[in-house]
Design a protein around this ligand. Structure first.
Ligand SMILES: NC(=O)c1ccc[n+]([C@@H]2O[C@H](COP(=O)([O-])OP(=O)(O)OC[C@H]3O[C@@H](n4cnc5c(N)ncnc54)[C@H](OP(=O)(O)O)[C@@H]3O)[C@@H](O)[C@H]2O)c1
Length: 302
């Protein structure tokens, strides 16, 4: 049975519309999708071993409901699971890439037929990631981050090589939309913040910010349509202010709710103004409320 979707096929088979605006999605860079994919509708779910899968049926009739599938890496993380929830709430299909399937079943609403959970460790190379992402994902959102532990190379393995592996998997598969959750201050040295305690702290432990910056540079050279989101300090609390968005290498302090970071990641998929951009975000009580179109448009491409 087809479920509610963000994308509704009208008049022409490739004229897709979003409920948030009156723009045809087929006019957006991210939504130049093959007709066969555009016409996929969700039919049923089933359990296969430890993996939750779903059946997708092709339907070529007009006025059909269609859904986009987004792969989320790091889907059991504090930001990743919020991204999954918000994508599902907006009617997307989600392929949640996780390291631990059991953990995912507890932390994600796996009874949602629009959610598929797959094993995906970003350190295991682009081949395995290609299999996890599959040929049915239209975009990748990367919300991974190394888990602190004894391995001093973990930031490089996850935040650098892991992200590079994801980008390579996208290239192999022809996935042309990539959203990365990075961090403010990744380029702290270049912006005169080399003595900023946060910059020092995060680099002392495994060169975390430098690892992230180099992964960003890899994405930017890849040719893939990217949006790199650099949030300030992440908070689990609900938003305490409006989103304040600035261009790269601007913000060096401030915090933001993970709910807002997830929202920016999802909205980036829906707004062509977010393409090929790096945005820095914090939450500020005194920031005016602005539309996402306005926020993304205010950032210049470099
Ligand atoms: N904390 C902050 O204040 C702050 C500020 C700015 C930017 N950031 C960045 O924002 C992003 C999200 O942060 P967060 O605090 O929400 O993340 P988090 O809760 O620490 O989650 C990190 C996610 O990455 C996954 N992960 C770790 N190693 C992996 C691997 N080898 N393969 C696949 N997945 C792996 C984890 O999987 P498991 O669940 O299996 O462990 C988890 O899902 C991170 O990149 C972080 O560096 C954080």
């Amino acid at each position: 049975m087809a479920t509610i979707s963000p994308l509704i096929l009208r008049t022409s088979p490739l004229c897709l519309w979003t409920p948030h605006s009156n723009k045809p999605l087929s006019s957006l860079p991210f939504f130049t999708i093959p007709k066969s994919k555009a016409l996929s509708i969700l039919c049923s779910t089933k359990m296969e071993g430890s993996e939750i899968t779903e059946d997708v049926a092709e339907n070529s009739g007009a006025n059909e409901i269609v859904k986009k599938k987004i792969f989320v890496a790091g889907a059991t993380g504090s930001t990743g699971k919020r991204i999954v929830e918000q994508l599902l709430a907006k009617g997307f299909q989600v392929k949640a890439g996780v390291r631990d399937l059991d953990k995912a079943k507890n932390s994600l609403s796996h009874d949602n037929p629009a959610l598929q959970i797959v094993k995906a460790d970003v350190t295991e190379g682009s081949e395995k990631l290609s299999e996890a992402i599959g040929d049915d994902s239209e975009a990748v959102i990367c919300a991974t981050g190394f888990r602190p532990g004894w391995d001093l190379f973990a930031p490089w393995k996850v935040d650098n090589f892991g992200t590079v592996n994801l980008v390579e998997a996208c290239r192999k598969l022809g996935v042309n939309r990539f959203i990365l959750i990075s961090s403010i201050l990744v380029n702290g040295a270049a912006m005169g913040q080399i003595l900023n305690p946060a910059y020092i702290f995060l680099n002392v432990f495994g060169l975390t910010l430098i690892a992230k910056l180099q992964a960003e540079q890899y994405i930017r050279k890849s040719g893939i349509n990217y949006t790199i989101i650099r949030p300030g300090g992440l908070r689990n609390e609900p938003p305490a202010g409006n989103i304040f968005m600035e261009p790269e290498d601007t913000l060096y302090e401030g915090t933001i709710s993970r709910d807002q970071v997830a929202e920016v990641a999802v909205e980036a998929l829906l707004h062509p103004e977010a393409s090929y951009k790096v945005v820095e975000i914090v939450s500020r009580a005194d920031a005016p409320k602005r539309s996402y179109e306005d926020l993304f448009r205010s950032i210049k491409q470099r």
